[in-house]
Design a protein around this ligand. Structure first.
Ligand SMILES: Cc1cc2nc3c(=O)[nH]c(=O)nc-3n(C[C@H](O)[C@H](O)[C@H](O)COP(=O)(O)O)c2cc1C
Length: 217
């Protein structure tokens, strides 16, 4: 299986980075191929706007969804967006690795959703949820909170992303992997959490391959 990890943390020595390293090593050892899109390292621009297309369909008025759709049809989507879409298209499982900031995703990831999950590519009229553009792929949120958290709080914080974004564009969303308060853990406790992540990834109930809906490369 080919797996994409969208990694969103500014510090390479963070616990989030350790989780991504753990995922890469674990999944490769299991025979999977893994690609990491490290959004801070890439300097990915999260600000949606006119530069999302190389040629405006309507230069007089920016209607972003119309521009996204026209650009998808004409092949005029900005190259940095197309690069991320190609990574998504190649992947059968996408892991989003990030810390919870303001009970949500860091703005960089929110901007990646805004710019990469475009009309035409990820969804469109009659192409949402089961028929969304990313159907046939699974998504896993691997997140850290600032302090220990309950499953209810995690559900509440992650629901909008899991349902309103990922399921909406067609992903089958797997149960999240959550670590509460990594900074207050001892070295041994951090190792135990990384071990728990290793076990979670090794035992992912991935089942049979889903039917892929995108033929893009
Ligand atoms: C801008 C900002 C907002 C944050 N908001 C939250 C929050 O809403 N809930 C929470 O539990 N922790 C919050 N935190 C704490 C981070 O989630 C925490 O530092 C991180 O998950 C720890 O992982 P790390 O050591 O890999 O950075 C916030 C941190 C920052 C910098």
């Amino acid at each position: 299986m080919h797996i994409l990890i969208v990694h969103v943390h500014p510090e390479p020595q963070s616990f989030n980075a350790a989780l991504t390293h753990t995922a890469v090593h674990t999944l490769e050892a299991l025979g999977h191929t893994v690609e990491v899109s490290d959004l801070y390292a890439l300097g990915f621009n999260p600000v949606a706007g006119r530069n999302d297309v190389t040629q405006a369909a309507d230069p007089a008025f920016l209607h972003l969804q119309r521009e996204q759709k026209a650009a998808f049809e004409r092949g005029t989507t900005a190259p940095d967006i197309v690069a991320e879409q190609r990574k998504l298209t190649r992947a059968e499982l996408v892991i989003f690795q990030f810390p919870v900031w303001w009970r949500s995703a860091p703005a960089l990831l929110k901007g990646w959703f805004d710019r990469v999950l475009t009309v035409g590519y990820a969804y469109g009229a009659g192409r949402v949820y089961a028929t969304g553009g990313l159907s046939g792929r699974r998504a896993l949120l691997s997140v850290t909170f600032g302090s220990p958290t309950s499953p209810e709080e995690a559900r509440e914080v992650l629901h909008q992303m899991q349902d309103g974004v990922l399921a909406f564009v067609g992903f089958e969303v797997l149960p999240p992997f959550v670590v509460g308060g990594p900074r207050s853990l001892t070295v041994e406790e951090r190792q135990a959490e990384l071990e728990r992540y290793r076990d979670t990834l090794a035992h992912l109930a991935l089942g049979a391959p889903l039917e892929r809906s995108l033929a893009l490369s």
